[in-house]
Design a protein around this ligand. Structure first.
Ligand SMILES: *Cc1c(COP(=O)(O)O)cnc(C)c1O
Length: 407
């Protein structure tokens, strides 16, 4: 869970919404939150140019991706290129439209996939979705160069990458659209919510119109297009306004946590912290991730995957979808699972990294262009706690626990 601002500004703005009778999916908090977001995404560092982007606040990051796809003209039967190594919400909205995601493993496969889809289907993919995984920037210059060469719009999924920058410019402001998420576990939270970063006022107005049931300008309700009820509520936007006052602190904290892990894990054999390749990649370190060499032996490893999971998975609030078998044909190595269990027994919640979409049964019929990278990382990767509540003491305890788990 993300921090409340020290001043309790969230409560002030929510109270204001009630006092002024704006308990609806529009209103002064929504407008002010959009202004704050706009100022933030257009802020520059290292002399990067002002991208002059516009913002539409929405009910979820998933909704933002859905509307971006529609705004890009994606229709049933089209294909959309999506990074395979991601959370399902990057790809799911493609299927809401009746389009097909085409999964790729890395930037190097992007052009190959585009050319091959054209050869196989006669059409180019209609959009490209790169994902700032755990906040790490994608190679946006290379992606934009290829996208522009083929005239394919880019939807940046920066849901995990709020405040990450590439050469000083905020992620989400390079492509035609950029997606932010304010879900409970993201860099800032409105309890649930998201935003779409748009290139100009025209794009913003179109998205805003689609997000509010696509009403035509008549004195009565006239509809010529299918719309959606995707606008952010004025109450949630009040939380967002308060959260924007602590965003800078959150970003600094996540970077601090990453630096502490780097310091404490550097001499632990077989454990590698994932770090930015160079200073162009200014990651927000939404989550800190490690990889564990297959040769590392963990206490209790012989019992890994012996039992099916009986509790809610990954913070899911829904019902538990019990499974018959504790294993699948693509899963983290036994030492990774053993370390997860070992840490959980000591009250530390570490999680596997996202399982690549091209290995998900639900996407088994989607084309995929892979080189083994995401699958290999899935087998050895793990996310460590990094939220605003994680203290230096906690980090010491987490690293000591990892060390004590190694045989
Ligand atoms: C969280 C997330 C989303 C969706 O955001 P919601 O606000 O939860 O709908 C999309 N893509 C990625 C990569 C995410 O992590």
């Amino acid at each position: 869970m993300a921090h409340m601002s020290e001043e309790g500004l969230e409560q002030k703005y929510i109270k204001e919404a009630f006092d002024t009778n704006w308990v609806v999916p529009l209103g002064p908090n929504v407008n002010a939150f959009e202004d704050d977001l706009k100022q933030f995404v257009n802020s520059q560092e290292n002399g990067s140019e002002n991208p002059n982007r516009e913002i539409v606040a929405l009910s979820a990051g998933t909704a933002a991706i859905h509307l971006a796809l529609i705004a890009c003209g994606v229709q049933a039967g089209d294909e959309v290129i999506c990074q395979s190594f991601t959370f399902c919400a990057s790809a799911n909205p493609v299927t809401y439209i009746g389009a097909t995601p085409v999964f790729i493993d890395s930037e190097e496969l992007l052009e190959k996939a585009i050319i091959d889809r054209k050869a196989k289907t006669g059409k180019y993919p209609k959009a490209i979705i790169p994902v700032a995984l755990y906040g790490m920037p994608y190679r946006i210059e290379e992606i934009m160069a290829i996208a522009n060469k083929y005239g394919i719009p880019v939807i940046e999924d920066a849901a995990e990458g709020m405040g990450s920058r590439w050469k000083g410019r905020v992620l989400g402001t390079f492509g035609d659209y950029g997606v932010l998420s304010f879900n409970g576990n993201k860099m800032i939270t409105t309890s649930g919510g998201g935003a779409l970063i748009c290139k100009d006022t025209e794009a913003k107005n179109k998205v805003m119109w689609l997000a509010t049931q696509a009403r035509e300008a008549y004195p009565y309700y006239q509809h010529e297009t299918i719309g959606f009820n995707y606008r952010l509520s004025n109450i949630c936007a009040g939380i967002g306004r308060g959260q924007m006052t602590v965003l800078g602190q959150h970003l600094a904290h996540h970077k601090h946590v990453q630096a502490r892990y780097a310091e404490l894990l550097k001499d632990v054999p077989g454990i590698h912290l994932h770090e930015a390749p160079n200073a162009d990649f200014d990651a927000n370190y939404w989550l800190c991730t490690i990889t564990i060499d297959p040769k590392v032996r963990i206490k209790g490893q012989e019992n890994a995957y012996k039992e099916t999971v009986k509790s809610a998975v990954g913070g899911a609030a829904g019902v538990i979808h019990q499974v018959d078998s504790p294993t699948t044909d693509c899963q983290p190595n036994e030492n990774v699972e053993a370390l997860r269990v070992y840490m959980l027994e000591r009250k530390i919640e570490a999680r596997p990294v996202w399982k690549p979409m091209h290995k998900q049964p639900v996407f088994q019929n989607s084309p995929a262009y892979t080189n083994g990278v995401s699958e290999a990382i899935f087998k050895v990767g793990m996310c460590l706690p990094a939220g605003p509540m994680v203290s230096d003491e906690d980090i010491n305890y987490i690293v000591d626990t990892i060390k004590s788990a190694i045989l």
